[in-house]
Ligand binder design. Structure first.
Ligand code: NAD
Length: 484
Protein backbone atom coordinates (compact mmCIF):
# COMPACT_ATOMS: atom_id res chain seq x y z
CA UNK A 1 0.00 0.00 0.00
CA UNK A 2 1.26 3.45 -0.88
CA UNK A 3 0.88 4.96 2.59
CA UNK A 4 3.16 2.34 4.14
CA UNK A 5 6.05 3.20 1.85
CA UNK A 6 5.78 6.87 2.88
CA UNK A 7 6.77 6.26 6.51
CA UNK A 8 10.40 6.62 7.64
CA UNK A 9 11.50 8.32 4.41
CA UNK A 10 9.51 11.43 5.34
CA UNK A 11 10.50 11.63 8.99
CA UNK A 12 13.44 13.85 9.87
CA UNK A 13 15.87 12.74 12.59
CA UNK A 14 15.02 14.86 15.68
CA UNK A 15 17.72 17.07 17.20
CA UNK A 16 18.18 19.30 20.22
CA UNK A 17 18.19 23.05 19.59
CA UNK A 18 20.32 25.05 22.00
CA UNK A 19 21.78 28.54 21.62
CA UNK A 20 20.74 28.63 17.95
CA UNK A 21 22.52 25.35 17.11
CA UNK A 22 21.06 22.00 16.10
CA UNK A 23 22.63 19.13 18.07
CA UNK A 24 22.58 15.50 16.99
CA UNK A 25 22.54 12.46 19.28
CA UNK A 26 26.32 11.74 19.11
CA UNK A 27 27.03 9.99 22.42
CA UNK A 28 23.86 11.18 24.16
CA UNK A 29 21.25 8.74 25.46
CA UNK A 30 18.50 8.15 22.91
CA UNK A 31 14.97 6.75 22.84
CA UNK A 32 12.86 5.37 20.02
CA UNK A 33 10.14 7.47 18.44
CA UNK A 34 7.32 5.13 17.40
CA UNK A 35 4.59 5.37 14.80
CA UNK A 36 1.52 4.54 16.93
CA UNK A 37 -0.38 3.31 13.86
CA UNK A 38 2.18 0.59 13.12
CA UNK A 39 4.44 0.27 16.16
CA UNK A 40 7.35 0.90 13.77
CA UNK A 41 10.41 2.87 14.96
CA UNK A 42 10.59 6.21 13.14
CA UNK A 43 13.72 7.74 14.64
CA UNK A 44 16.10 7.97 17.58
CA UNK A 45 15.48 10.92 19.85
CA UNK A 46 18.50 12.41 21.67
CA UNK A 47 18.10 13.19 25.37
CA UNK A 48 19.66 16.37 26.68
CA UNK A 49 22.49 15.87 29.16
CA UNK A 50 22.88 18.01 32.28
CA UNK A 51 25.48 20.01 30.33
CA UNK A 52 22.93 20.55 27.53
CA UNK A 53 20.33 21.80 30.02
CA UNK A 54 22.91 24.12 31.58
CA UNK A 55 23.80 25.39 28.11
CA UNK A 56 20.11 26.01 27.34
CA UNK A 57 19.66 27.89 30.63
CA UNK A 58 22.72 29.99 29.97
CA UNK A 59 21.70 30.70 26.36
CA UNK A 60 18.17 31.72 27.38
CA UNK A 61 19.52 33.94 30.16
CA UNK A 62 22.07 35.62 27.89
CA UNK A 63 19.56 36.15 25.10
CA UNK A 64 16.97 37.70 27.40
CA UNK A 65 18.54 41.18 27.62
CA UNK A 66 18.60 41.57 23.83
CA UNK A 67 15.17 40.06 23.20
CA UNK A 68 13.37 42.11 25.85
CA UNK A 69 15.00 45.22 24.38
CA UNK A 70 14.01 44.33 20.81
CA UNK A 71 11.22 46.48 19.44
CA UNK A 72 7.84 44.69 19.59
CA UNK A 73 7.65 45.33 15.84
CA UNK A 74 10.84 43.32 15.33
CA UNK A 75 9.59 40.44 17.47
CA UNK A 76 6.33 40.58 15.52
CA UNK A 77 8.18 40.48 12.20
CA UNK A 78 10.03 37.29 13.16
CA UNK A 79 6.88 35.54 14.43
CA UNK A 80 5.03 36.50 11.24
CA UNK A 81 7.86 35.32 9.02
CA UNK A 82 7.88 32.02 10.91
CA UNK A 83 4.11 31.70 10.46
CA UNK A 84 4.56 32.12 6.70
CA UNK A 85 7.25 29.40 6.66
CA UNK A 86 5.03 27.05 8.68
CA UNK A 87 2.22 27.54 6.14
CA UNK A 88 4.59 26.93 3.22
CA UNK A 89 5.79 23.72 4.90
CA UNK A 90 2.35 22.61 6.14
CA UNK A 91 2.15 19.44 4.05
CA UNK A 92 5.55 18.14 5.19
CA UNK A 93 4.96 19.03 8.84
CA UNK A 94 1.50 17.44 8.77
CA UNK A 95 2.95 14.22 7.37
CA UNK A 96 5.50 14.04 10.21
CA UNK A 97 2.71 14.70 12.69
CA UNK A 98 0.55 11.89 11.36
CA UNK A 99 3.53 9.54 11.42
CA UNK A 100 4.49 10.31 15.02
CA UNK A 101 1.08 11.03 16.55
CA UNK A 102 -1.35 9.07 14.38
CA UNK A 103 -4.10 11.62 13.73
CA UNK A 104 -5.62 11.73 10.22
CA UNK A 105 -3.56 13.81 7.81
CA UNK A 106 -6.34 16.37 7.30
CA UNK A 107 -6.52 16.97 11.08
CA UNK A 108 -2.74 17.24 11.23
CA UNK A 109 -2.76 19.83 8.45
CA UNK A 110 -5.42 21.88 10.22
CA UNK A 111 -3.35 21.80 13.39
CA UNK A 112 -0.25 23.03 11.55
CA UNK A 113 -2.27 25.91 10.07
CA UNK A 114 -3.69 26.69 13.52
CA UNK A 115 -0.12 26.91 14.82
CA UNK A 116 0.74 29.46 12.11
CA UNK A 117 -2.42 31.36 13.03
CA UNK A 118 -1.30 31.36 16.67
CA UNK A 119 2.09 32.84 15.70
CA UNK A 120 0.34 35.54 13.68
CA UNK A 121 -2.10 36.41 16.44
CA UNK A 122 0.58 36.78 19.11
CA UNK A 123 2.76 38.69 16.64
CA UNK A 124 0.05 41.33 16.49
CA UNK A 125 -0.96 41.17 20.16
CA UNK A 126 2.68 41.66 21.22
CA UNK A 127 2.55 45.05 19.50
CA UNK A 128 -0.47 45.97 21.62
CA UNK A 129 1.03 45.05 24.99
CA UNK A 130 -0.30 48.31 26.39
CA UNK A 131 0.31 49.55 29.89
CA UNK A 132 -1.89 52.36 31.19
CA UNK A 133 -1.86 55.76 32.84
CA UNK A 134 -3.75 55.98 36.14
CA UNK A 135 -5.01 59.41 37.26
CA UNK A 136 -2.74 60.73 40.03
CA UNK A 137 -3.95 61.89 43.45
CA UNK A 138 -2.48 65.36 42.94
CA UNK A 139 -2.18 67.57 39.89
CA UNK A 140 1.50 66.73 39.51
CA UNK A 141 1.46 63.01 40.29
CA UNK A 142 1.66 60.68 37.31
CA UNK A 143 1.04 56.95 37.74
CA UNK A 144 2.08 54.62 34.94
CA UNK A 145 1.60 50.85 34.69
CA UNK A 146 4.04 48.93 32.49
CA UNK A 147 3.94 45.33 31.29
CA UNK A 148 7.39 43.77 31.26
CA UNK A 149 8.49 40.27 30.22
CA UNK A 150 8.89 37.94 33.24
CA UNK A 151 12.25 36.59 32.03
CA UNK A 152 13.44 33.10 31.12
CA UNK A 153 10.54 30.63 30.88
CA UNK A 154 10.30 26.84 30.70
CA UNK A 155 7.50 24.99 28.91
CA UNK A 156 6.49 21.33 28.87
CA UNK A 157 4.13 20.14 26.16
CA UNK A 158 2.29 16.83 25.54
CA UNK A 159 1.88 14.55 22.54
CA UNK A 160 -1.79 15.02 21.68
CA UNK A 161 -1.47 18.40 19.93
CA UNK A 162 2.24 18.36 19.17
CA UNK A 163 2.26 21.62 17.17
CA UNK A 164 -0.47 23.93 18.40
CA UNK A 165 0.28 23.47 22.11
CA UNK A 166 3.97 24.35 21.73
CA UNK A 167 2.92 27.19 19.36
CA UNK A 168 0.87 28.82 22.13
CA UNK A 169 3.72 28.69 24.61
CA UNK A 170 6.41 29.75 22.14
CA UNK A 171 4.43 32.63 20.69
CA UNK A 172 3.12 33.87 24.05
CA UNK A 173 6.59 33.94 25.58
CA UNK A 174 8.39 35.39 22.57
CA UNK A 175 5.78 38.05 21.81
CA UNK A 176 6.00 39.27 25.42
CA UNK A 177 9.81 39.50 25.19
CA UNK A 178 10.62 36.37 27.23
CA UNK A 179 13.08 33.68 26.26
CA UNK A 180 12.11 30.01 26.47
CA UNK A 181 13.39 26.51 27.07
CA UNK A 182 10.86 24.12 25.59
CA UNK A 183 10.66 20.43 26.43
CA UNK A 184 8.53 18.93 23.71
CA UNK A 185 6.83 15.56 24.19
CA UNK A 186 9.32 12.78 23.52
CA UNK A 187 6.62 10.80 21.67
CA UNK A 188 6.07 13.53 19.06
CA UNK A 189 9.23 15.61 18.59
CA UNK A 190 9.09 16.45 14.86
CA UNK A 191 5.97 18.64 14.84
CA UNK A 192 7.24 21.03 17.51
CA UNK A 193 10.76 21.03 16.10
CA UNK A 194 9.32 22.12 12.75
CA UNK A 195 7.98 25.25 14.47
CA UNK A 196 11.36 25.84 16.10
CA UNK A 197 13.03 25.44 12.72
CA UNK A 198 10.67 27.97 11.14
CA UNK A 199 11.61 30.51 13.81
CA UNK A 200 15.31 29.73 13.36
CA UNK A 201 14.96 30.23 9.59
CA UNK A 202 12.98 33.43 10.18
CA UNK A 203 16.01 34.92 11.96
CA UNK A 204 15.26 34.37 15.64
CA UNK A 205 18.40 35.36 17.60
CA UNK A 206 20.28 32.41 19.18
CA UNK A 207 19.19 31.45 22.70
CA UNK A 208 15.75 33.09 22.55
CA UNK A 209 14.20 29.66 22.03
CA UNK A 210 15.77 26.32 22.98
CA UNK A 211 14.27 22.85 22.53
CA UNK A 212 15.26 19.82 24.60
CA UNK A 213 14.13 16.27 25.30
CA UNK A 214 14.75 13.78 28.08
CA UNK A 215 13.06 11.93 30.90
CA UNK A 216 10.16 14.36 31.53
CA UNK A 217 10.37 14.40 35.33
CA UNK A 218 14.15 14.80 35.32
CA UNK A 219 14.16 17.69 32.83
CA UNK A 220 11.30 19.53 34.50
CA UNK A 221 12.85 19.15 37.99
CA UNK A 222 16.20 20.42 36.75
CA UNK A 223 14.73 23.46 35.01
CA UNK A 224 12.30 24.31 37.82
CA UNK A 225 15.09 24.07 40.41
CA UNK A 226 17.16 26.60 38.46
CA UNK A 227 17.02 30.19 39.71
CA UNK A 228 17.31 31.28 36.05
CA UNK A 229 13.74 30.17 35.25
CA UNK A 230 11.12 32.74 36.28
CA UNK A 231 8.01 31.03 34.97
CA UNK A 232 6.80 27.74 33.57
CA UNK A 233 3.90 26.65 31.41
CA UNK A 234 2.65 23.06 31.35
CA UNK A 235 -0.05 21.19 29.47
CA UNK A 236 -0.78 17.65 30.66
CA UNK A 237 -2.44 15.71 33.44
CA UNK A 238 -3.65 17.22 36.71
CA UNK A 239 -1.45 14.78 38.65
CA UNK A 240 1.73 16.00 36.93
CA UNK A 241 0.55 19.62 37.19
CA UNK A 242 0.29 19.30 40.97
CA UNK A 243 3.79 17.84 41.11
CA UNK A 244 5.24 20.68 39.03
CA UNK A 245 3.38 23.29 41.11
CA UNK A 246 4.98 21.86 44.27
CA UNK A 247 8.44 21.93 42.72
CA UNK A 248 8.02 25.46 41.39
CA UNK A 249 6.68 26.69 44.73
CA UNK A 250 10.18 26.41 46.21
CA UNK A 251 11.31 29.25 43.96
CA UNK A 252 7.85 30.86 43.85
CA UNK A 253 7.88 30.63 40.07
CA UNK A 254 4.91 31.82 38.12
CA UNK A 255 2.85 29.20 36.34
CA UNK A 256 0.31 28.68 33.61
CA UNK A 257 -1.12 25.18 33.57
CA UNK A 258 -3.65 23.61 31.27
CA UNK A 259 -4.52 20.30 32.89
CA UNK A 260 -7.06 17.51 32.73
CA UNK A 261 -10.74 17.76 31.96
CA UNK A 262 -13.84 15.55 31.89
CA UNK A 263 -16.14 17.73 29.84
CA UNK A 264 -19.89 17.43 30.34
CA UNK A 265 -22.19 17.82 27.34
CA UNK A 266 -25.75 18.69 28.33
CA UNK A 267 -28.51 17.94 25.83
CA UNK A 268 -31.62 19.85 26.89
CA UNK A 269 -35.19 18.82 26.12
CA UNK A 270 -35.51 21.50 23.41
CA UNK A 271 -32.19 20.67 21.67
CA UNK A 272 -31.93 19.83 17.99
CA UNK A 273 -30.93 16.21 18.60
CA UNK A 274 -29.52 15.51 15.14
CA UNK A 275 -27.45 18.67 15.08
CA UNK A 276 -26.14 17.91 18.58
CA UNK A 277 -25.27 14.33 17.60
CA UNK A 278 -23.44 15.50 14.44
CA UNK A 279 -21.34 18.00 16.34
CA UNK A 280 -20.71 15.87 19.40
CA UNK A 281 -19.65 12.76 17.45
CA UNK A 282 -17.17 14.89 15.51
CA UNK A 283 -15.92 16.54 18.73
CA UNK A 284 -15.77 13.35 20.77
CA UNK A 285 -13.76 11.24 18.33
CA UNK A 286 -11.44 13.88 16.86
CA UNK A 287 -7.84 12.95 17.69
CA UNK A 288 -9.23 9.58 18.89
CA UNK A 289 -10.72 11.37 21.90
CA UNK A 290 -7.27 12.37 23.18
CA UNK A 291 -8.26 15.96 23.81
CA UNK A 292 -8.51 17.63 27.19
CA UNK A 293 -11.67 19.46 26.06
CA UNK A 294 -13.34 16.43 24.40
CA UNK A 295 -17.02 16.04 25.39
CA UNK A 296 -17.14 12.95 27.58
CA UNK A 297 -19.98 12.89 30.13
CA UNK A 298 -23.24 13.29 28.21
CA UNK A 299 -26.22 14.31 30.34
CA UNK A 300 -29.31 13.99 28.15
CA UNK A 301 -32.82 15.09 29.12
CA UNK A 302 -35.19 12.12 29.45
CA UNK A 303 -37.53 13.57 26.78
CA UNK A 304 -34.87 13.32 24.07
CA UNK A 305 -32.71 10.55 25.57
CA UNK A 306 -33.72 7.66 23.29
CA UNK A 307 -33.57 9.79 20.14
CA UNK A 308 -30.16 11.18 21.06
CA UNK A 309 -28.64 7.79 21.94
CA UNK A 310 -29.90 6.36 18.66
CA UNK A 311 -28.55 9.30 16.63
CA UNK A 312 -25.20 9.28 18.42
CA UNK A 313 -24.64 5.52 18.17
CA UNK A 314 -25.72 5.43 14.51
CA UNK A 315 -23.12 8.06 13.63
CA UNK A 316 -20.43 6.49 15.81
CA UNK A 317 -20.85 3.10 14.11
CA UNK A 318 -19.98 4.69 10.76
CA UNK A 319 -16.56 5.89 11.98
CA UNK A 320 -13.59 4.01 10.65
CA UNK A 321 -10.42 3.91 12.78
CA UNK A 322 -7.23 3.43 10.77
CA UNK A 323 -3.83 4.71 9.75
CA UNK A 324 -4.06 8.50 9.52
CA UNK A 325 -2.30 8.43 6.14
CA UNK A 326 -5.33 6.68 4.62
CA UNK A 327 -8.06 8.97 3.30
CA UNK A 328 -10.74 6.63 4.69
CA UNK A 329 -9.59 6.82 8.33
CA UNK A 330 -11.80 8.92 10.57
CA UNK A 331 -9.69 8.47 13.67
CA UNK A 332 -6.15 7.32 14.30
CA UNK A 333 -4.59 5.21 17.06
CA UNK A 334 -4.09 5.99 20.73
CA UNK A 335 -0.69 7.34 21.72
CA UNK A 336 0.74 4.18 23.23
CA UNK A 337 -0.19 0.72 24.55
CA UNK A 338 -0.69 2.23 28.06
CA UNK A 339 -3.70 4.12 26.71
CA UNK A 340 -5.21 0.87 25.35
CA UNK A 341 -4.77 -0.75 28.76
CA UNK A 342 -6.41 2.29 30.37
CA UNK A 343 -9.45 2.00 28.01
CA UNK A 344 -9.81 -1.73 28.80
CA UNK A 345 -9.68 -1.26 32.53
CA UNK A 346 -12.05 1.76 32.59
CA UNK A 347 -14.64 0.04 30.39
CA UNK A 348 -14.47 -3.23 32.38
CA UNK A 349 -14.97 -1.32 35.62
CA UNK A 350 -17.95 0.61 34.17
CA UNK A 351 -19.60 -2.60 32.91
CA UNK A 352 -19.10 -4.25 36.32
CA UNK A 353 -20.93 -1.26 37.79
CA UNK A 354 -23.88 -1.74 35.41
CA UNK A 355 -22.99 0.31 32.30
CA UNK A 356 -24.04 -0.96 28.86
CA UNK A 357 -21.70 -0.96 25.84
CA UNK A 358 -23.80 0.33 22.90
CA UNK A 359 -20.97 0.06 20.37
CA UNK A 360 -17.21 -0.46 20.25
CA UNK A 361 -15.48 -1.38 23.49
CA UNK A 362 -12.48 -3.23 22.04
CA UNK A 363 -8.97 -2.67 20.75
CA UNK A 364 -8.54 -3.28 17.01
CA UNK A 365 -6.75 -6.44 15.92
CA UNK A 366 -3.41 -6.00 14.20
CA UNK A 367 -0.52 -3.57 14.57
CA UNK A 368 -0.85 -0.13 16.14
CA UNK A 369 -2.56 1.08 19.29
CA UNK A 370 -6.12 1.47 17.96
CA UNK A 371 -9.33 1.52 19.95
CA UNK A 372 -12.86 1.28 18.56
CA UNK A 373 -15.03 4.39 18.96
CA UNK A 374 -17.07 3.41 21.99
CA UNK A 375 -20.41 4.47 23.44
CA UNK A 376 -21.54 3.46 26.93
CA UNK A 377 -24.90 4.25 28.47
CA UNK A 378 -26.21 4.21 32.04
CA UNK A 379 -22.75 4.64 33.53
CA UNK A 380 -23.14 5.12 37.30
CA UNK A 381 -21.48 8.19 38.79
CA UNK A 382 -19.35 6.00 41.06
CA UNK A 383 -17.77 4.06 38.15
CA UNK A 384 -14.12 5.10 37.60
CA UNK A 385 -14.96 6.29 34.08
CA UNK A 386 -17.24 9.01 35.44
CA UNK A 387 -14.46 10.29 37.67
CA UNK A 388 -11.18 9.73 35.81
CA UNK A 389 -10.39 11.46 32.54
CA UNK A 390 -10.51 8.65 29.95
CA UNK A 391 -8.49 10.55 27.31
CA UNK A 392 -9.67 8.23 24.58
CA UNK A 393 -12.61 7.52 22.22
CA UNK A 394 -15.22 6.81 24.92
CA UNK A 395 -18.59 8.59 25.16
CA UNK A 396 -20.58 8.09 28.37
CA UNK A 397 -24.29 8.85 28.02
CA UNK A 398 -26.63 9.24 31.00
CA UNK A 399 -30.24 10.36 31.41
CA UNK A 400 -31.22 13.41 33.49
CA UNK A 401 -34.63 14.85 34.38
CA UNK A 402 -33.79 18.55 34.51
CA UNK A 403 -31.22 21.20 33.65
CA UNK A 404 -30.59 21.63 37.40
CA UNK A 405 -29.70 17.95 37.72
CA UNK A 406 -27.40 18.17 34.68
CA UNK A 407 -25.59 21.19 36.14
CA UNK A 408 -25.20 19.57 39.54
CA UNK A 409 -23.79 16.36 38.06
CA UNK A 410 -21.53 18.32 35.69
CA UNK A 411 -20.03 20.23 38.62
CA UNK A 412 -19.48 17.12 40.73
CA UNK A 413 -15.87 16.55 39.65
CA UNK A 414 -12.79 18.56 40.61
CA UNK A 415 -12.27 19.30 36.89
CA UNK A 416 -13.55 22.47 35.22
CA UNK A 417 -12.02 22.81 31.77
CA UNK A 418 -14.65 22.77 28.99
CA UNK A 419 -18.40 22.17 29.07
CA UNK A 420 -20.97 22.00 26.28
CA UNK A 421 -24.71 22.44 26.12
CA UNK A 422 -27.35 22.20 23.43
CA UNK A 423 -30.47 24.33 23.82
CA UNK A 424 -32.35 27.03 21.91
CA UNK A 425 -33.91 28.50 25.03
CA UNK A 426 -32.49 31.84 26.28
CA UNK A 427 -33.29 31.46 30.00
CA UNK A 428 -31.71 27.97 29.94
CA UNK A 429 -28.57 29.43 28.36
CA UNK A 430 -28.40 31.93 31.21
CA UNK A 431 -28.92 29.18 33.79
CA UNK A 432 -26.10 27.10 32.25
CA UNK A 433 -23.80 30.11 31.90
CA UNK A 434 -24.25 30.99 35.58
CA UNK A 435 -24.33 27.47 36.97
CA UNK A 436 -21.53 25.54 35.28
CA UNK A 437 -18.13 25.59 36.96
CA UNK A 438 -16.02 25.68 33.82
CA UNK A 439 -13.29 27.64 32.10
CA UNK A 440 -14.95 27.39 28.68
CA UNK A 441 -18.56 26.82 27.69
CA UNK A 442 -19.79 25.99 24.19
CA UNK A 443 -23.53 26.47 23.65
CA UNK A 444 -24.71 24.83 20.42
CA UNK A 445 -21.01 24.94 19.53
CA UNK A 446 -17.89 22.92 20.18
CA UNK A 447 -15.55 25.66 19.10
CA UNK A 448 -13.96 26.95 22.29
CA UNK A 449 -10.35 27.03 21.10
CA UNK A 450 -9.25 30.09 19.08
CA UNK A 451 -6.03 32.08 19.26
CA UNK A 452 -7.91 35.30 20.05
CA UNK A 453 -9.86 33.89 23.03
CA UNK A 454 -8.61 32.66 26.43
CA UNK A 455 -8.21 28.91 26.74
CA UNK A 456 -7.96 27.55 30.28
CA UNK A 457 -9.65 25.80 33.15
CA UNK A 458 -10.92 26.37 36.67
CA UNK A 459 -10.70 24.13 39.76
CA UNK A 460 -8.13 21.36 39.20
CA UNK A 461 -8.11 21.89 35.43
CA UNK A 462 -5.44 24.53 35.62
CA UNK A 463 -4.12 27.97 36.37
CA UNK A 464 -4.50 30.89 33.99
CA UNK A 465 -5.16 30.92 30.27
CA UNK A 466 -3.34 30.64 26.99
CA UNK A 467 -4.32 32.69 23.94
CA UNK A 468 -6.42 35.84 24.09
CA UNK A 469 -4.94 38.92 25.72
CA UNK A 470 -4.67 36.77 28.85
CA UNK A 471 -2.18 34.50 27.07
CA UNK A 472 0.20 37.41 26.52
CA UNK A 473 -0.25 38.87 30.01
CA UNK A 474 0.67 35.46 31.45
CA UNK A 475 4.27 36.16 30.34
CA UNK A 476 4.35 39.70 31.77
CA UNK A 477 5.12 41.27 35.11
CA UNK A 478 3.39 44.47 36.11
CA UNK A 479 5.52 47.48 37.06
CA UNK A 480 4.01 50.58 38.66
CA UNK A 481 5.76 53.94 38.36
CA UNK A 482 4.55 56.84 40.48
CA UNK A 483 6.16 60.20 39.53
CA UNK A 484 5.83 63.61 41.05
P1 NAD B 1 1.80 11.01 31.48
O1 NAD B 1 1.11 11.68 32.63
O2 NAD B 1 2.97 10.15 31.76
O3 NAD B 1 2.27 12.11 30.42
C1 NAD B 1 1.44 13.13 29.93
C2 NAD B 1 2.33 14.25 29.39
O4 NAD B 1 2.97 14.91 30.48
C3 NAD B 1 3.46 13.72 28.50
O5 NAD B 1 3.65 14.59 27.43
C4 NAD B 1 4.69 13.72 29.41
O6 NAD B 1 5.87 13.97 28.69
C5 NAD B 1 4.39 14.86 30.34
N1 NAD B 1 4.97 14.67 31.67
C6 NAD B 1 4.81 13.61 32.48
N2 NAD B 1 5.49 13.81 33.64
C7 NAD B 1 6.09 15.02 33.54
C8 NAD B 1 6.92 15.79 34.39
N3 NAD B 1 7.25 15.37 35.64
N4 NAD B 1 7.38 16.98 33.94
C9 NAD B 1 7.04 17.44 32.73
N5 NAD B 1 6.25 16.77 31.87
C10 NAD B 1 5.77 15.57 32.27
O7 NAD B 1 0.70 10.14 30.79
P2 NAD B 1 0.51 9.57 29.32
O8 NAD B 1 0.15 8.14 29.43
O9 NAD B 1 1.56 9.99 28.35
O10 NAD B 1 -0.79 10.41 28.99
C11 NAD B 1 -2.00 10.09 29.61
C12 NAD B 1 -2.55 11.17 30.48
O11 NAD B 1 -1.94 12.43 30.26
C13 NAD B 1 -4.00 11.35 30.13
O12 NAD B 1 -4.79 10.63 31.03
C14 NAD B 1 -4.27 12.83 30.22
O13 NAD B 1 -4.90 13.14 31.43
C15 NAD B 1 -2.91 13.46 30.26
N6 NAD B 1 -2.67 14.32 29.09
C16 NAD B 1 -3.30 15.52 29.06
C17 NAD B 1 -3.11 16.36 28.00
C18 NAD B 1 -3.81 17.69 27.92
O14 NAD B 1 -3.91 18.26 26.85
N7 NAD B 1 -4.28 18.26 29.03
C19 NAD B 1 -2.30 15.97 26.94
C20 NAD B 1 -1.67 14.73 26.99
C21 NAD B 1 -1.87 13.91 28.08
Amino acid sequence: MQYESTTTLSYAQPQLYIAGRWLEAQDRRTEDVLNPATGQVLAQLPHATRADLDAALQAAQQAFAGWRAAAPLERSRILRAAATLVRERADTIALSMTLEQGKPLREARLEVLASADTFDWYAEEGRRNYGRVVPGRTLTQRITVLHEPVGVCAAFTPWNFPAVTPARKIAGALAAGCTLILKLAEETPASGLALVRALHDAGLPPGVLNAVFGVPGEVSSYLLDSPVVAKFSFTGSTAVGKLLAQQAAKGLKRATMELGGHAPAIICADADVNQAADMLVAGKFRNAGQICIAPTRFYVHAQVYDAFVQAFVERTRKLQPGNGLKESSHLGPLANPRRQQAMRSLIDDAVQHGARVECGGQALEGPGFFWQPTVLTDVPEHARLMNEEPFGPLALINRVDSVEEAIERSNRLPYGLASYAFTQHSPTRMQLTRGLQTGMLGINSLNVSMSEAPFGGVKESGWGSECGIEGLQAYCDIKLISED
